[in-house]
Design a protein. Structure first.
Length: 581
């Protein structure tokens, strides 16, 4: 049946060519709608995600604790007057930018502190200090604050940060929105260079993610031409003629155009995983045309006319090529059972591309072979072909004579592979996505000096007023303290840290924050004293929701998974569910 259709298409080449050209034009029109959408959120922001609704609720309520665009400032002493002035000026420059909801720095973050006999609340740099004594007090207040150390100021006072918080939390923002925010910060820093002795580096999670996606795109822009070059050189070696090379590439080109048209019809952007579409398709789609063309040339050598050589070659190859294509397509289509939509889409798309490659081999290539004269010398007469045949003949005779040894060796390698594979582990590194360079160095320095960009959150939800209850506050304090004991945790901040800061300011020798939790009226009084914008970082207005924000260095996903399990165990031990949380 298929051979009859192909024979019919060869007899009516004009109609066949018109249909082919129309399909190419329609595919090109559809392909013009394809767009790139490389972003990390594709891995978790999808319908049916079990964790995304809570993440979205949390992020809209409290922001993204590690999702700032960060200007990392380093000096021998960031508390020098000129450095403090720069922090204040840069903060003021960034505040009008529409990409940001607020700018956090020593110049804006309110700190409750004891100044002499007076408790003050407000930014440390509301006014520039005009004396060594005031600078010393400012240094003591900053380095003595649990809310600032490792968040805005390093323990040694040699690094600080200006944190630009995206209007849309970074975990919810698109790559383009993150790039616009980074560009705004870069422009501000370029227009206001730091003073001598103070270095400024732009970093943070948005920089990491946009840089990593740009690197992936850049890799494809290098890899795709490289693959095409290898394919072209291979075809030149195999066929030694312009006709042979072009006849092999033509079905490949049509496959790619049809595939791009299909992507345009789906309306889905090419995501991080889809960035490898073209390389995979190019590698696979060139195989069947080489088989077909080689067999066709061998038939021509034996005296067949063009149509006879085409039909005879197809009769011999159509079934094995079809079976190979179908099994490959089904293998990719098996991704349908994957949880992530982008993995399922990847499988569906490549499966369709594989079948397009088969169709172009049996439909497009025969049509071209009927139009283009065959190369003068068939591939079977090439020295390379003869040499390969001799090598494979000798290899087969040698292996066939030692079948038992070959089978035993194969089973041994199989067993070795299975034993080795059992020890494999999946361990992804977030910061490790970046190649060596200034962006990676800046993120690593951010981890070393401050808190880094890898974040975990314990999100707490209850009834109105629940976060003021003593039993709930004690449970929060326990989990918070446990998190701080892990070596990879750089900082862990909760509502209890805010209460501890308040209590320390009002009572130098007073009760601990854990004991303060036993006095709901005192907790309510402390929370009333805090600036509402600052309080909103720890607890919402009706005190029904709060969180523990944990920032860690990047140890890899396996270690983060273990930390998560340990934290969940601590949460279960505190029986938050019985507390109504």
């Amino acid at each position: 049946m298929v051979l009859r259709l192909i024979q019919l298409s060869l007899r009516h080449r004009g109609i066949s060519i018109a249909i082919l050209v129309a399909s190419i034009l329609l595919s090109l029109a559809s392909a013009s709608r394809v767009r790139l959408g490389f972003q990390f959120r594709d891995g978790y922001a999808y319908p049916g995600s079990p964790h995304y609704p809570a993440l979205e609720r949390y992020s809209r309520e409290f922001g993204d604790p590690g999702g700032y665009v960060v200007v990392l400032l380093e000096a021998d002493d960031v508390f020098r007057k000129q450095n403090l002035a720069y922090i204040k000026d840069l903060t003021r420059d960034l505040q009008p930018e529409p990409a940001f909801i607020r700018i956090r720095s020593l110049a804006t973050v309110p700190v409750v502190r004891l100044d002499g006999e007076t408790v003050e609340s407000g930014p440390l740099l509301e006014d520039l200090p005009d004396s060594p004594e005031r600078i010393a007090r400012l240094r003591a207040a900053a380095l003595g604050s649990r809310l600032l150390v490792r968040r805005l100021i390093s323990r040694d006072g040699k690094a600080t940060a200006v944190l630009a918080e995206l209007r849309k939390p970074a975990v919810l923002a698109s790559t383009q929105e993150q790039k616009e925010a980074i560009a705004a910060v870069a422009k501000a820093v370029a227009q206001r260079p730091p003073p001598p002795g103070l270095s400024a580096r732009i970093t943070g999670a948005p920089v990491l993610e946009t840089t990593a996606t740009d690197m992936m795109l850049g890799d494809q822009l290098v890899l795709i031409p490289a693959v095409l070059t290898v394919i072209l050189l291979t075809l030149v070696v195999i066929f030694r003629s312009i006709q042979g090379v072009l006849l092999s590439l033509a079905p490949l080109a049509v496959t790619v155009i049809w595939f791009a048209g299909m992507l345009g019809l789906t309306g889905r952007p090419i995501d991080i995983l889809g960035s490898s579409f073209l390389v995979i398709l190019l590698t696979y789609a060139v195989v069947d045309p080489i088989f077909m063309l080689t067999r066709y040339l061998s038939k021509i050598e034996r005296g067949y006319d063009r149509e006879g050589a085409i039909l005879e070659s197809l009769s011999e190859l159509i079934l094995p090529c079809f079976l190979a294509s179908v099994t490959t397509a089904l293998g990719f289509a098996a991704f349908a059972v994957a949880t992530l939509p982008m993995v399922r889409y990847f499988g569906y798309a490549i499966a369709a591309g594989v079948m397009f490659a088969f169709l172009t081999t049996i439909a497009v290539l025969p049509l071209l072979l009927s139009l283009v004269p065959p190369p003068r010398r068939a591939s079977s007469s090439f020295p390379l072909s003869r040499a390969l045949r001799r090598v494979f003949d000798k290899l087969w005779r040698a292996l066939n004579a030692r079948r038992r040894i070959v089978i035993a060796a194969g089973l041994f390698v199989l067993a070795l592979g299975m034993a080795s594979g059992a020890s494999l582990r999946i361990d992804n590194h977030y910061v490790g996505l970046l190649a060596d360079g200034p962006e990676r160095d800046a993120v690593l320095k951010l981890e070393e000096k401050l808190s880094g960009v890898v974040r975990l959150v314990v999100y707490l939800e209850g009834s109105p007023g629940a976060m003021r209850r003593p039993d709930v506050l004690r449970a929060i304090a326990t989990v918070d303290a446990l998190a701080e004991q892990y070596p990879l945790v750089n900082s862990s901040i909760s509502l209890m840290d805010l209460l501890a800061e308040m209590n320390a300011a009002f009572n130098a020798d007073g009760a601990s924050a854990r004991e303060v939790a036993d006095y709901p009226a005192l907790v309510a009084q402390y929370l009333t004293f805090v600036d509402p914008a600052e309080r909103a970082d720890f607890v919402n207005d009706d005190q029904s929701r709060s969180h523990i924000a944990i920032l860690i260095e990047d140890p890899g996903s396996a270690a983060v998974r273990q930390l998560r399990v340990s934290l969940q165990r601590a949460i279960d031990q505190q029986q938050f569910d019985k507390l109504g949380i």
